[in-house]
Ligand binder design. Structure first.
Ligand SMILES: *Cc1c(COP(=O)(O)O)cnc(C)c1O
Length: 416
C-alpha cells in the first residue's frame, strides 16, 4: 500500500516511447507524436485539468529551476500558461502530421495568427500578403499592426513578380499566404514562395487550414511556418475552437515562450477533444475530398450553375499547381448560381442536408452565401469590388454519403 502521496505521483512515471509506426497519414494521425506512459496505463492521453503543478519540497523546486528546458516534451510542467501534458501530446501529433519538428497550440486560429506576428515582428517591420487571405488576418495586419507602425503590402494572388517586387530588403519580415484560399480556392505555389523567402531572408507563413496535412504539407516545400485553424478539419466536429503553428524546433520554442506572455493557451478539455478528432482526420478528409470532387463535377455540368470553383477541376485557374502540390483537393466547393441574391438564397433554403452556417471542416456539411454571411453590411457594388458576387455559394462538404448530397443538390436546383 502506497501513501496517498505515492498514489498521487503515479502520473509522473512518464517515459517517452517512439510511435510504433508513423509512415502513412492515418497511421500518423492515430499514433504520431511522442508516446508517454500514461496514468493507470490508460490508452488515451488524460485530460490534465489543472491550472498549476506542485513541487514536493524546496529542493524539488530548486532542481526544476536549475534544469528546465521548455518544449522538450517530457519535461515536467510548472504552471498552466507555460505547459500542459494534454496540450503537449496534441502538439507532438500535429507536428508529426505536418512533417514539422514541433508545434504550438493556441486557443483559436486567429490567436495563432496574431500571436506569431506579435511575438516575432519588430517595430517598423513590413509584411507582404497575398490577396484573399482570411478576412480577419487581413484586418489584423492592415489595421491593428498598422497602429504599431507595421505596414502590409497586399499583392494579387498568383502574381509572383508582384510578390517579389513588394519585398523590401531588411524591412520585410514575413510573406503570408494561404492555400487553398476562401472562397475561390486559389492555390499558392508553395515552392516559389519558399524560394523567395529564402532568397530575401524573409520568413514564410502559410495558412493551410483548407488543405489539412492530409492533402498538403507546406513544410516539405520549404515553408517556415504552417498555421491551421484547428477549429475546422483537425478537430472535425464543429465543437471547439483552437489553432496551431508548426515549424522548426527553436522557432516554435520561441513562440511557446511568447504564448506564456500573451496568454493564448487552449483549455485541456478542448485539447483532449481535438486529439480525439485528429485520430479520424485521414478517413474524414478522404471522404470530404471525394464528396467535394463529385459535387464540383455535378455542378459544373448543371445548367443552373454558372461557374464552379474547385482546384480539382481542370477549369480552375490553379489546377496545375494543385495537382503538383496536393494529394487531395479539399472539402470546399464554391459556385455561382444562375440567379441573383434572392434566387440563390431560395436554392440554399431548399437544401435539406447541409446546415446554413459559417465554418467548415466538420462532419456535417455546411452551406452559405458569402454575400449574406461574411459581407452582409456591404452593398452589392462594394461586395463586387471585393470579388464577392451575390450569387456565390460556399459549400463545405461533410462526411455524408456522396449520392445523398448529389440528390439533395438535384432537388434543390429543381426548385429554382
Ligand atoms: C477559420 C479560419 C481562421 C480563423 O480560425 P479560428 O479558429 O476561427 O480563430 C483562419 N484561417 C482560415 C483559413 C480559417 O478558415
Amino acid at each position: 500500500m502506497g501513501t496517498l502521496h505515492e498514489v498521487a505521483t503515479d502520473t509522473e512515471e512518464i517515459e517517452t516511447v517512439e510511435p510504433r509506426c508513423a509512415s502513412g497519414h492515418s497511421t500518423r494521425a492515430v499514433h504520431g507524436g511522442v508516446r508517454r506512459k500514461k496514468a493507470y496505463n490508460a490508452l488515451h492521453t488524460p485530460i490534465v485539468q489543472t491550472a498549476t503543478y506542485t513541487f514536493s519540497d524546496t529542493q524539488d523546486l530548486i532542481d526544476f529551476m536549475e534544469s528546465k528546458t521548455w518544449g522538450d516534451g517530457h519535461e515536467r510542467e510548472e504552471y498552466g500558461r507555460y505547459g500542459n501534458p494534454t496540450v503537449s501530446a496534441v502538439e507532438a501529433r500535429l507536428a508529426a502530421l505536418d512533417g514539422g519538428e514541433d508545434a504550438v497550440l493556441y486557443s483559436s486560429g486567429m490567436n495563432a495568427v496574431t500571436s506569431i506576428l506579435l511575438a516575432v515582428l519588430p517595430a517598423g517591420a513590413h509584411i507582404v500578403m497575398t490577396s484573399d487571405c482570411y478576412r480577419r488576418t487581413r484586418q489584423f495586419c492592415l489595421t491593428f499592426l498598422k497602429r504599431f507602425g507595421i505596414e502590409t503590402t497586399v499583392v494579387e494572388n498568383g502574381d509572383y513578380d508582384a510578390l517579389e517586387a513588394a519585398i523590401i530588403p531588411k524591412k520585410t519580415r514575413f510573406i503570408i499566404s494561404e492555400s487553398p484560399t476562401n472562397p475561390y480556392l486559389r492555390i499558392a505555389d508553395l515552392e516559389r514562395i519558399a524560394y523567395l523567402g529564402q532568397q530575401y531572408r524573409v520568413m514564410t507563413l502559410i495558412d493551410s487550414t483548407f488543405a489539412t496535412p492530409i492533402n498538403q504539407r507546406p513544410i516539405e516545400w520549404g515553408i517556415d511556418f504552417v498555421v491551421h485553424s484547428a477549429t475546422k478539419y483537425l478537430s472535425g466536429h464543429n465543437d471547439l475552437l483552437a489553432g496551431v503553428i508548426i515549424g522548426r524546433k527553436d522557432r516554435i520554442k520561441a513562440l511557446r515562450d511568447a504564448r506564456g506572455v500573451l496568454g493564448g493557451v487552449v483549455d485541456p478539455q478542448n485539447a483532449f477533444l481535438l486529439d480525439r478528432g485528429i485520430k479520424t482526420l485521414g478517413v474524414r478528409v478522404r471522404q470530404q475530398n471525394a464528396n467535394a470532387l463529385a459535387v464540383a463535377r455535378f455542378l459544373e455540368a448543371h445548367p443552373k450553375i454558372q461557374r464552379v470553383w474547385y482546384p480539382g477541376l481542370e477549369s480552375h485557374p490553379d489546377h496545375h499547381i494543385a495537382v503538383a502540390q496536393m494529394e487531395g483537393f479539399g472539402g470546399v466547393v464554391s459556385f455561382e448560381v444562375d440567379g441573383d441574391l434572392y434566387r440563390t438564397g431560395k436554392f440554399i433554403d431548399a437544401m435539406r442536408i447541409p446546415y446554413i452556417a459559417p465554418s467548415l471542416g466538420g462532419v456535417e456539411s455546411l452551406i452559405e452565401q458569402p454575400a449574406l454571411m461574411s459581407y452582409y453590411e456591404k452593398t452589392t457594388e462594394e461586395r463586387l469590388a471585393l470579388g464577392i458576387k451575390d450569387n456565390l455559394v460556399r459549400f463545405a462538404l461533410g462526411i455524408e454519403e456522396t449520392d445523398d448530397l448529389l440528390a439533395d443538390l438535384e432537388q434543390a436546383l429543381a426548385t429554382i
